[in-house]
Design a protein around this ligand. Sequence first.
Ligand SMILES: *[C@@H]1O[C@H](CO)[C@@H](O)[C@H](O)[C@H]1NC(C)=O
Length: 269
Amino acid sequence: MALPRFLTQLLIFFTCLLIEFVLGQENFIVGGQNAVEGEAPYQVSLQTLAGSHLCGGAIISERWILTAGHCVKGYPASRLQVATGTNRYAEPGAIYHPESIYLHCNYDTPKYHNDIGLLQLNQSIVFDARTQAVELPTSPFPQGSSELLFTGWGSQSAAGTLPSQLQKVQQQHLTSTACRSLLTDYEDLELGPCHICAYRQANIGACHGDSGGPLVHEGTLVGILNFFVPCAKGVPDIFMNIMYYRDWMRQTMSGNGKCGHVDQQIING
Ligand SMILES: *[C@@H]1O[C@H](CO)[C@@H](O)[C@H](O)[C@H]1NC(C)=O
């Protein structure tokens, strides 16, 4: 005997709810997989001197690490260390120390803009199979459909613990129009050309500890994680657009930066 139509629909609805509930409980970082050793050799863990993971970041040359501004704001260079060459942040291939930190002078102005910082190390990184600089972009990647690789040690749920193994998620680039339509609840977030929006689906995305981490398109760094809604709630993750900051990076790295240089001191405000 066939069920009445409304009963069938009710059944389907509750089945979907149940599946969503079960998946929501089981997914990691959120919804990531273990990265393969050497898959993201540019990935670093920005840490306290005690080895607590704070943020992600990317090796962009022998002496320079790129991360999010909010990851370094308030820290004197002497309180941070950079773990490289590993998929397990607690078992670094090597530890390096920043001698200077450069924060963008318009950091967080307007809100969520210019959230970018550079760390200059006091010693050159020794490159090997698990430790490499990432390519920087020379032209924009194809907009709207590109597959983007995001990696991080961020927590596996909003209240969860950090995974010991580096996690990866494949995200897709969203145009700013598509992105805005998924961000209507976040009116204080003004997207601009300095942002890149990436998304897969609900239950897959960035979480606490992923900030500053690298978003890569075909081996080229295109973004650094700026903003996410904790965690993987069906809202896109927002990254700083590396193409947009190339000049700032070039100037800062050549010693001609116009922004203040944060050396061994706590930045207030
Ligand atoms: C770099 O800084 C760390 C921490 O301050 C220090 O222990 C180390 O000797 C320094 N290395 C070089 C090459 O100056």
